[in-house]
Structure formats: structure tokens, C-alpha cells
Design a protein around this ligand. Structure first.
Ligand code: S3P
Length: 453
């Protein structure tokens, strides 16, 4: 195991049946956007259900550094925005920690302002490619004054006096790239167009329209979406209710499927169709997931998911579904390790540039715990053991990646032998309540460091 003074290892053992009703914290993607758009809009934005994870709080700090007022009163976050076009130059670098979404969207937001901004982050974020966002920004007139090799952090940007609107076809299926270009377009005269050949999560478009941006979306004959945004319009503060994050719900959900006798309900989960790929895939594998109480909340559909332990069978997961479940592959791979037969996951090239190289981190973690899998350039196939026999007994390197940590703690709840992870500290970036919530359901993880909390 890699040892590091700040690492906080943990261990998961086979659990007895999970039961109860829980709510997971607010959706991370929507939480980032709520703080950003609230900080930019004129007037007051009130947010309930905000994810108070480290990643999101850093976005709040960035908006404060550019003139927004951000405060929490009881369970409501109250933001007083600067008005579109009126962000101030920050005094210090933005430290985005582990947060890809926060850093990339903020680069877009500030990239067309005539000001200098500097971006820093942790070891994971500093390895991630930023060219995907800087390339379109350069076309709009942004100068990249400093960057590490391959357009990596630390990065210094200088916006142009007069930015130019562009029409940009997104070369990779990425909601972060789409969003960065649209946010850059907010401060540019004329119409900025993003062409998205493969649809990705649509929270930016939906929420910008809610804040009053003039934006229209058309799908062409080839299925590509053309999103046209009129720049320099007025954005007005909104009331926002943030639903539970399906990417966080994925962990208790898979745990309940794998631990025999379990019956849990996860309430108030976002059911936006660009986010429900995992639920659909697990249902195809034979999972007993009842989607009840579907209702509208804050402009999105939400539902309660009742999950009972199930015998899963392997399937081929369609590559086209990847954008709708991109963050869920680590925990799906764990589910596949307990399914009968082979599960083939294709179209996974984007997993290599997440908080870690998730494809290799997942394959290494599975192998360390006795699971039979094959890692390809852009695919993973897993041959499962329905009873978890001989699985476990290994230590997983998490590479500063919260979803690797949570996925393998889930594995240990159902495998014959315990599973250890080298570090659980990063879980706080997206799901600070994870350990406590799993304990409420009946699963207890064992912290392995001294002074453990
Ligand atoms: C996100 C988009 C996805 C996802 C990330 C959140 C967003 O990244 O993996 O966790 O909020 O826009 P990509 O845009 O790189 O696919």
C-alpha cells in the first residue's frame, strides 16, 4: 500500500442486510452551477439542498472572490450576485482542490473578462487536461499566460478587451466543455453556439434558461444539438431546490443490491434522463429497483428508489449510454464482479481523464481483490462471482479519487474477505455524509488510522 502521512485508510467487511430510508446530498453538478449562476445573476438567489462537499464550497469561494456575497442561513444558501458582465478581478489564485467541474466551468466564466485569473489545484486536478476548455477560449480571444505542459494547472488566463462569439463543435462528449463555452459566451456580444454531437447532462442549459438567459436549442438531422446563447443578457436571481445526486445514490444502491436480504429506499433522487444510465443498466442486469413517487422538483424530475438485493447477470452495456452514467462505472464494475457471467463496458475513453485514470484504477482494484477482469484502451470486461466467494482480501489504491474509494468500500460489504482502501479522505469532496449514511443503513466501515473519525 502507498503510505502517506495524510492518508486515512479504511476497511469494509461483509455486512448483514441493509435496511431503512435515506436521502443522499444534493446533486454536485447542479450545486456548482447554482452557486456560479447565483453569484453572477443580479439580485438574490436562494438555494436549498446544496451539496456542502469540498468541491462545491470551493466554487462558492471563487464566486465570493469575484464580488458575489455568499452566506448560509439555516438550511438556505443566500447569494447576492454581481450582475452578468460585472465580475471583479480576484486578488488571489482560485484553489479548486480536486474539482474538475468547478475549475473548468470557472475558466469559461472568467475567460472572456478583461482580467487576469490564476487556477491551482491538488495533485489529481493538476494532472487533468485543460486544453479541452482552453482551446475554445483561445478562439474567443483568451490568452493563456502560463500553463504546465499539455495545458495543465497551474494556469493563468487573461481575457481580451473585446471577446468574439464562436460556434464550437464539442470534440469529446463533455458537459464541462459545453458549459465552459456557454459561460464564456455570457460575457460576449452576439450569439455563441455550441454544437453537441452526443448529448451530455443538460443542467447548464436548463438552469441558464431559468435565470433568464436567452438561449435556444435545436437538434439537427444527425441528432446533434445546437445550443445558441445570446451574450450580455440579464440574469436574475432565482429560488433553487437541488435534488439528491444520482451519482452519490449509486453507492448505497449497489450496496443494497449486493448485500443479501437488503431492502432500502433512497428518497428524492434526481431522475434527469441524462443521469439515469446506471439505474437502467442495473435493471437490465436483473436489479430490483422500484422507481416510485415520481414528481417535479426545482425544474427537474425526482423519484424515490426502493432497492432490494438481487441476483445480477452480466450484460453488454451500450457504449452510447456512457455519457448518461459516466461517473458510475467504478461502482457498476463492482456490481459486475458479483454478477453471473460477463459484463462488457465499452466507450470508456473519458474515464482515463477523471479524478484518476478510473479505468486502470478500477481494473487494478478488482484484480487486487480477486475479481476476473480485462482492461482495454476504452473498455472493461468483468466476469463475476455471484456469491462473492474468494473476492476481497486486497488493498485498493484510490489515487485521490472519491468514487474509487466509495466503490471499493461497497465491494467489501459483499465480498467473502474484507476490502481495504488506502485513503478515504477524498470522499468529502462529493459525499461527506457517506460513512454515516451507510452506517444508518446497517453497514459499518472501519477506519484504520489513529484518531479516526
Ligand atoms: C460534470 C460532467 C462530467 C462528470 C463530472 C461532472 C458536470 O464530466 O464526469 O463529474 O457537472 O458538468 P465531463 O464533462 O468531463 O464528462
Amino acid at each position: 500500500m502507498t503510505t502517506h502521512p495524510q492518508f486515512r485508510p479504511a476497511l469494509a467487511r461483509r455486512s448483514s442486510a441493509l435496511s431503512g430510508k435515506v436521502r443522499v446530498p444534493g446533486d454536485k453538478s447542479i450545486s456548482h452551477r447554482a452557486l456560479m449562476f447565483g453569484g453572477l445573476a443580479a439580485g438574490e438567489t436562494r438555494i436549498t439542498g446544496l451539496l456542502e462537499g469540498e468541491d462545491v464550497l470551493r466554487t462558492g469561494e471563487a464566486m465570493k472572490a469575484m464580488g458575489a456575497l455568499v452566506a448560509r442561513e439555516d438550511n438556505t444558501w443566500i447569494i447576492k450576485g454581481t450582475g452578468n458582465g460585472c465580475l471583479l478581478e480576484p486578488d488571489a489564485p482560485f484553489d479548486f482542490g480536486n474539482a474538475g467541474t468547478g475549475s473548468r466551468l470557472t475558466m469559461g466564466l472568467v475567460g472572456t473578462y478583461d482580467m487576469t485569473t490564476r487556477f491551482i489545484g491538488d495533485a489529481s486536478l493538476s494532472k487533468r487536461p485543460m486544453a479541452r476548455v482552453l482551446d475554445p477560449l483561445r478562439q474567443m480571444g483568451t490568452q493563456v499566460l502560463a500553463a504546465q505542459a499539455g495545458d495543465r494547472l497551474p494556469i493563468t488566463l487573461r481575457g481580451p478587451r473585446h471577446a468574439a462569439p464562436i460556434s464550437y463543435r464539442v470534440p469529446v462528449p463533455s458537459a464541462q466543455v459545453k458549459s465552459a463555452v456557454l459561460l464564456a459566451g455570457l460575457n460576449v456580444p452576439g450569439v455563441t453556439t455550441v454544437i453537441e454531437p452526443v448529448m451530455t447532462r443538460d443542467h447548464t442549459e436548463k438552469m441558464l434558461a431559468g435565470f433568464g438567459a436567452r438561449l435556444d436549442i435545436e437538434t439537427d438531422g444527425e441528432g446533434a444539438r445546437h445550443i445558441r446563447l445570446e451574450g450580455q443578457g440579464r440574469l436574475s436571481g432565482q429560488e433553487i431546490t437541488i435534488p439528491g445526486d444520482p451519482s452519490s445514490a449509486a453507492f448505497p444502491l449497489v450496496a443494497a443490491l449486493l448485500v443479501p436480504g437488503s431492502d432500502i429506499t433512497i428518497e428524492n433522487v434526481l431522475m434527469n434522463p441524462t443521469r439515469t444510465g446506471l439505474v437502467l443498466t442495473l435493471q437490465e442486469m436483473g436489479a430490483d429497483i422500484e422507481i416510485g413517487n415520481r414528481r417535479a422538483s426545482g425544474g427537474e424530475e425526482v423519484a424515490d428508489l426502493r432497492v432490494r438485493s438481487s441476483e445480477l447477470k452480466g450484460i453488454a452495456v451500450p457504449a452510447e449510454r456512457a455519457p448518461f452514467m459516466i461517473d458510475e462505472y467504478p461502482v457498476l464494475a463492482v456490481a459486475a464482479a458479483f454478477a453471473e457471467g460477463e459484463t462488457l463496458m465499452q466507450g470508456l475513453e473519458e474515464l482515463r481523464v477523471k479524478e484518476s485514470d478510473r479505468l486502470s484504477a478500477v481494473a487494478a482494484g478488482l484484480k487486487a481483490n480477486g475479481a476476473d477482469c480485462t482492461e482495454g484502451e476504452d473498455f472493461l470486461s468483468v466476469r463475476g462471482r455471484p456469491d462473492g466467494k474468494d473476492l476481497g482480501g486486497g488493498t485498493v489504491e484510490t489515487h485521490l479519487d472519491h468514487r474509487i474509494a466509495m466503490a471499493f468500500l461497497v465491494m467489501g460489504l459483499a465480498s467473502e474477505k474484507a476490502v481495504t482502501i488506502d485513503d478515504r479522505s477524498m470522499i468529502a469532496t462529493s459525499f461527506p455524509e457517506f460513512m454515516g449514511l451507510m452506517a444508518e443503513l446497517g453497514a459499518t466501515f472501519e477506519p484504520l488510522d489513529e484518531n479516526a473519525a
